[in-house]
Design a protein around this ligand. Structure first.
Ligand SMILES: Nc1nc2c(ncn2[C@@H]2O[C@H](COP(=O)(O)OP(=O)(O)OP(=O)(O)O)[C@@H](O)[C@H]2O)c(=O)[nH]1
Length: 657
């Protein structure tokens, strides 16, 4: 082997894998502001004082913006886990990522352990704050697996919304004890009785069980802590049993490798213990363990029912399989039921704005996907954009958050291609998943070897005041909805009642503009949720865009046949607007198979080659013009359209918006 290659390779490996560099004082993914505001109080904790009956594990679940992170702040403050910051009622301590703080949304579930004294007893409460947006429901479901209870928050002014339903059912399916809570009762628009009646009719919740709080002002928070201890059952587990630790989340620390969050089912886990994974059969040694309080606080051990972090020389994040059971080496244990792996619903190509930046982009993507395990990654190349990656996301918000994190945390200058969903192409002898439009067959002809194409379908539900129901139906039909149905959620005589509209929609119809239209056409009142509903045969075509008769692969689209004319015309017009004029005439065409669907012509830029000539030099003028014509003819023959990357950026960003 070439010694130089060996050296580079080792250097390369050491950058990624081992040995890990010295660890700084702060976790690299937390901003110092977060750490300051978190104000970790305790540095050593003896977990032996907390057997199962003194532990409560719970998640906070709700529709987006109903106040989960604000409630988490108040609980951490009331239990003395963080300092009360009178200047800021909205610390959002558990929203650690910059993108979360900027956008005011949670995208990653976070765990925090708190100590709470009730009467003579001291309890260990393990809280998991979950995201509310439908794209991150995978985070919610795995968080629930580590809990025995859930706080279901409902905004007292907005009432039950679409994701309130989905998270309620997810918690119910797992058999968790649900504590229903009405939040934002301080608002003048709050309608507690009406919302409690909704909760009763939709979830069957007894109105007397519902707690009233304001996570903002702190009203009612002590009642929540009492209810957690009194209503949520403690975890069960045998301290003398064989070690079983359930791995439900992981992150990557470049100094210590993979950090896994585990919930101990049975047995005791200590530093130095030799453990093995049921999934990969690989063996590890625990180098560090502890609880999140809310930052990492090392402890001597983790006991049954406790939730904490472990570092164990795990070098690749793929080794930490979400849903895995860890056990002591040599002990045979029955693995616990795992999770369905995250399923990418939206794919897009990500390319550097400057091709020479590809190595940096590659490194940034590798690092970022170590902290976000739900992204599917595949290398690809495009004639127009060079080397890049095709990434799969859980939804378009997830895609946008990932893009922002690449830009914010890694200073990446990138072009993101139009999002596409994964299609199934059924050939006579095999079925192929296609997540890049260029791989889609040019012609879908049932008499040829492509039997059919199928697209992913979702079961959508929209909750909206009844006066917007008609408008929502129109919107759904515009997006190829089927099986449209509706039901009223309440029957109160006062004010407008709310209805739930359900239908099936092609996933491709909701990845681009659907959510914005839904919000604007319902004046912001509609909430939307969806669930995977499999695949369905569909009449889809591949649309290519030709510039000067040459296809531009990065612009290819898969569209429904009913929308081909409209889409072709719209995009040809947009291309016409953003492509700079060339020295020759450029036809811009949208084609499906051999059919031209739409065309615009970019007129030639006529440089005034005679500008420097004065007076009557007629022959010289003609000569210059002839030379110019010849040069243009040559350029056109070469057929190369000078399309700067910025134009791509414009085209692709307008496609997304
Ligand atoms: N008036 C009032 N506002 C509140 C209350 N609780 C939360 N809010 C506000 O509601 C908004 C959303 O609160 P968050 O805690 O971020 O909501 P969330 O459910 O964590 O949001 P996601 O994580 O994005 O799903 C913020 O502006 C909060 O300040 C409350 O009790 N009263």
């Amino acid at each position: 082997m070439c010694p130089r290659w060996q050296a580079t390779s080792r250097r390369e490996i050491s950058k990624w894998i081992w040995p890990l560099p010295r660890r700084p004082a702060h976790h690299p993914f937390c901003t110092s502001a977060v750490l300051r505001s978190a104000g970790t109080l305790s540095t050593s904790v003896n977990l032996e004082d907390f057997p199962c009956h003194k532990i409560r594990n719970f998640s906070i679940i709700a529709h987006i913006d109903h106040g989960k992170s604000t409630l988490a702040d108040r609980l951490l403050e009331m239990t003395g886990t963080i300092k009360t910051d009178s200047r800021s009622v909205n610390q959002q301590v558990l929203d650690k990522l910059k993108v979360e703080r900027e956008r005011g949304i949670t995208v990653k579930a976070q765990t925090a352990s708190m100590f709470y004294q009730q009467n003579e007893l001291r309890f260990l409460l393990n809280l998991i704050d979950t995201p509310g947006h439908v794209d991150f429901s995978w985070e919610v479901s795995r968080s629930l697996a580590a809990c025995q209870g859930a706080l279901l928050l409902v905004d007292a002014s907005r009432g039950v919304q679409a994701q309130s339903l989905s998270v309620f059912h997810a918690a119910r399916e797992r058999g968790l004890t649900i504590i229903p809570i009405l939040n934002k009762v301080d608002l003048s628009t709050a309608q507690p009785d009406r919302v409690k009646a909704q909760m009763h009719s939709i979830f069957g919740i007894d109105p007397t069980d519902v707690l009233h709080i304001s996570a903002k002002t702190g009203e009612g928070i002590s009642g929540v802590l009492r209810a957690i201890v009194e209503r949520i059952p403690p975890p069960s587990g045998e301290i003398t049993g064989r070690l079983k630790a359930f791995l439900f989340d992981s992150s990557y620390d470049r100094y210590r490798g993979v950090i896994s969050l585990v919930s101990i089912q049975d047995g005791v886990l200590r530093k130095g213990d030799k453990i093995a994974s049921c999934h990969t059969r690989k063996k590890y040694e625990i180098t560090e363990l502890g609880i999140m309080h809310p930052e990492e606080v090392p402890t001597a051990q983790l006991l049954p029912g406790q939730v904490g972090y472990i570092a164990c020389n795990m070098r690749q994040s793929s080794e930490a399989h979400i849903g895995d059971t860890l056990h002591r080496v040599g002990d045979a244990v029955e693995p616990m039921p795992g999770f369905q792996p995250a399923k990418a619903m939206v794919f897009a190509g990500i390319y550097p704005l400057e091709s020479s930046d590809f190595p940096n982009l590659e490194e940034s993507i590798k690092r970022l996907t170590l902290t976000d395990r739900s992204v599917a990654v595949q290398r690809e190349s495009s004639v127009a954009l060079g080397q890049g990656y095709r990434l799969g996301f859980l939804g378009s918000l997830h895609m946008d958050v990932f893009r922002q994190r690449l830009e914010d945390e890694y200073d990446a200058n990138i072009v993101v291609t139009a999002p596409t969903v994964p299609y199934k192409v059924v050939y006579k002898d095999r079925t192929v998943m296609v997540s890049n439009p260029t791989d889609f067959p040019d012609v879908v002809d049932t008499s040829a070897h492509v039997c059919e194409v199928q697209e992913p379908i979702v079961k959508a539900s929209i909750i909206v005041p009844e006066e917007y129901l008609g408008e929502m139906m129109v919107l759904c039909f515009e997006h190829r909805a089927e099986d449209v149905d509706h039901q009223y959620l309440e029957t109160s005589g006062e004010g407008s009642n709310r209805a739930m509209l359900t239908c099936t929609l092609p996933l491709s119809e909701i990845v681009a503009h659907f959510f914005d239209k839904l919000k604007s056409r319902s004046s912001g009142f509609a909430s939307f949720d969806y669930d995977d509903a499999g695949y369905k045969q569909s009449s889809l075509v591949k649309m290519m865009f030709l510039l000067n008769n040459k296809p531009v692969d990065a612009l290819a689209l898969i569209v429904h046949r009913s929308a081909e004319q409209r889409t072709g015309r719209v995009w040809v017009k947009k291309l016409h607007k953003v492509i700079p004029r060339q020295l020759f005439e450029v036809p811009i065409q949208a084609v499906v198979g051999k059919r031209v669907i739409a065309r615009e012509t970019l007129s030639a830029l006529r440089a005034d080659v005679t500008a420097g000539l004065y007076g009557g030099h007629y022959e010289r003028k003609m000569k210059h013009l002839e030379n110019q014509k010849e040069a243009k003819r040559k350029l056109k023959r070469i057929g190369r359209v000078d399309l700067p990357q910025e134009a791509f950026f414009d085209i692709l960003s307008t496609r997304r918006s």
